[in-house]
Design a protein around this ligand. Structure first.
Ligand SMILES: Cc1cc2nc3c(=O)[nH]c(=O)nc-3n(C[C@H](O)[C@H](O)[C@H](O)COP(=O)(O)OP(=O)(O)OC[C@H]3O[C@@H](n4cnc5c(N)ncnc54)[C@H](O)[C@@H]3O)c2cc1C
Length: 438
């Protein structure tokens, strides 16, 4: 199945699943009809609940689901869907109260009936979960703590919503109907068990060992692990893996990093890691010999996924790492297609891997254009940001179809995206990778 077909297939499955409660509730015995707005609001509640349950499957890193889109897009979708789902769940009581203001008392979280209380608490839990996600960075909530809280609150909210439905017993008084609804949620929640228990148990059989840690420029480290008694990990250049350090693969702490080594060496895997926070700040001091686990490969950002006559790579800061893997792999394969690499960073001293890139220039048909925000005085290269002007000067209009791959901070992705649009590059030839998943 090609990626567009696969993408469309999963979208249709998604729509069928979230709309399925509406069909099930209409089959067989149905309760007496109520006014339109009451039925409408109940329908929104059912769809909103299934949407929130499906969120668990979206983030479980199932490769068949993520492959057509890439995990960054799936997570973006997860956030947008969450907003829609909470909107639907909120609309459910609001419409009921607008239709019949006498029901206002049911919105009291400590008053009303048991059914309404369970519904209220489910809704408030979903809202708390969304607020914590939205303001996580602003309130400095630790990423790992947020992740555990996020999963816990979601679980509690879904269970409370089912209690509300069961106690309301309208449309679900027939046991099989509520069974179907619970079944959908249980299948989705099983994704959490898969991600947090089954997957780590499988990783336990494939440990790695930290073999080498080398300082690069720009607060970046080349971090190498080797496979311990197994064949390692086959990946496509540009993909990434979640890295866990220590003896237990069940640890909550794991961080995504792009491979920077050649895909032709699956047993010796290298990552380029920039010091940024708690985990990456200590990466240079990890003892050699430490056990590591890798959940991967993941991602749909790779030159191997689309045929092309040449490439244009755009790297911003540590966004250079997937391109190191692509360039190393293409060089090892003896690839002779033309490549232009635009590499933007703050200063020359912040620019990592310059020696390795100089070596790669000798092995490939590669042109490197460094773009420095704060160039040294004697700099005669490009300065500022990678924008339409830089592309105009260095990207020949030679009539070959290049694949354009862009990885860097969000403003850079926007600027390059706009410049490529101006050059009328077809969208199918452009791929982005975002390092800021959450
Ligand atoms: C697909 C992908 C590929 C990446 N590749 C690289 C790479 O090759 N080299 C590199 O240096 N960095 C890469 N990153 C970024 C890297 O994962 C984060 O810089 C790192 O996780 C920050 O952790 P910290 O504890 O040091 O920083 P913190 O200060 O704790 O976190 C800084 C921010 O990083 C994000 N973050 C923290 N922990 C995680 C996590 N476990 N998962 C996802 N995001 C997290 C959060 O938004 C957080 O606010 C990549 C990210 C993604 C999503």
């Amino acid at each position: 199945m090609n990626r567009t077909v696969a993408g469309g297939f999963w979208l249709i499955i998604y729509l069928i699943v979230i709309l399925s409660p509406l069909f099930f509730m209409m089959i067989g015995d149905t309760p007496p009809e109520r006014p339109f707005w009451v039925e409408f609001s109940v329908g929104l509640g059912f769809v909103g609940l299934v949407q929130t349950a499906v969120q668990f499957a979206l983030i479980a890193r199932y490769k068949t689901i993520t492959a057509p889109y890439g995990i960054d897009l799936i997570l973006k979708y997860h956030r947008q869907i969450a907003t829609i789902a909470i909107g639907l769940l909120l609309a459910h009581p609001v419409i009921l109260v607008i239709h019949n203001p006498g029901l206002l008392g049911l919105l009291n979280p400590v008053g009303g009936t048991m059914a309404s209380r369970a519904g209220n608490w489910a809704l408030y839990t979903f809202i708390l979960l969304a607020l914590l996600s939205y303001f996580r960075k602003r309130i400095n909530l630790d990423y790992e703590l947020w992740r555990v809280t996020h999963a816990g609150l979601a679980l509690i909210a879904v269970v409370l919503a089912h209690v509300h439905i069961r106690l309301s017993a309208y449309y679900t008084e027939t046991p099989w109907k509520h069974g179907v609804l619970i079944g959908i949620s249980v299948v989705m929640l099983a994704s959490l068990v898969y991600l947090r228990l089954i997957k780590p148990a499988l990783l336990k059989r494939r440990p790695y060992r930290v073999a080498e840690i080398k300082a690069e420029r720009g607060d970046t480290w080349s971090f190498t692990v080797t496979a311990r008694d197994h064949e390692g990990m086959r990946f496509r250049p540009g993909q990434f893996a979640w890295l866990k350090l220590g003896e237990s693969p069940f640890t909550v702490e794991e961080h995504p990093f792009s491979f920077s080594s050649s895909a032709l060496e699956p047993k010796r895997l290298e990552f380029g890691i920039k010091e940024l926070g708690d985990f990456t700040g200590g990466i240079g001091q990890v003892p050699i010999g430490t056990t590591a686990y890798l959940d991967g490969p993941h991602g749909a950002f790779s030159p191997d996924l689309e045929p092309a006559a040449g490439y244009a790579f755009y790297a911003g800061g540590v966004g250079i790492t997937p391109f190191m893997s692509m360039l190393r792999t293409l060089a090892d394969r003896g690839d002779k297609r033309p490549i232009v690499l635009f590499y933007g960073d703050k200063s020359w001293d912040a620019t990592a891997f310059t020696d390795a890139l100089a070596e790669l220039e000798k092995r490939l048909d590669l042109t490197i254009v460094y773009v420095l925000e704060e160039p040294p005085e004697d700099w005669d290269g490009e300065s500022g940001f990678i924008d339409a002007g830089v592309l105009e000067r260095h990207l020949p209009e030679e009539g070959i179809e290049r694949l354009h791959l862009v990885c860097g901070p969000e403003p850079m992705l926007d600027a390059v995206g706009k410049a490529l649009e101006q050059r009328e590059v077809p969208i199918r030839l452009i791929r982005f990778e975002r390092f800021g998943l959450v």
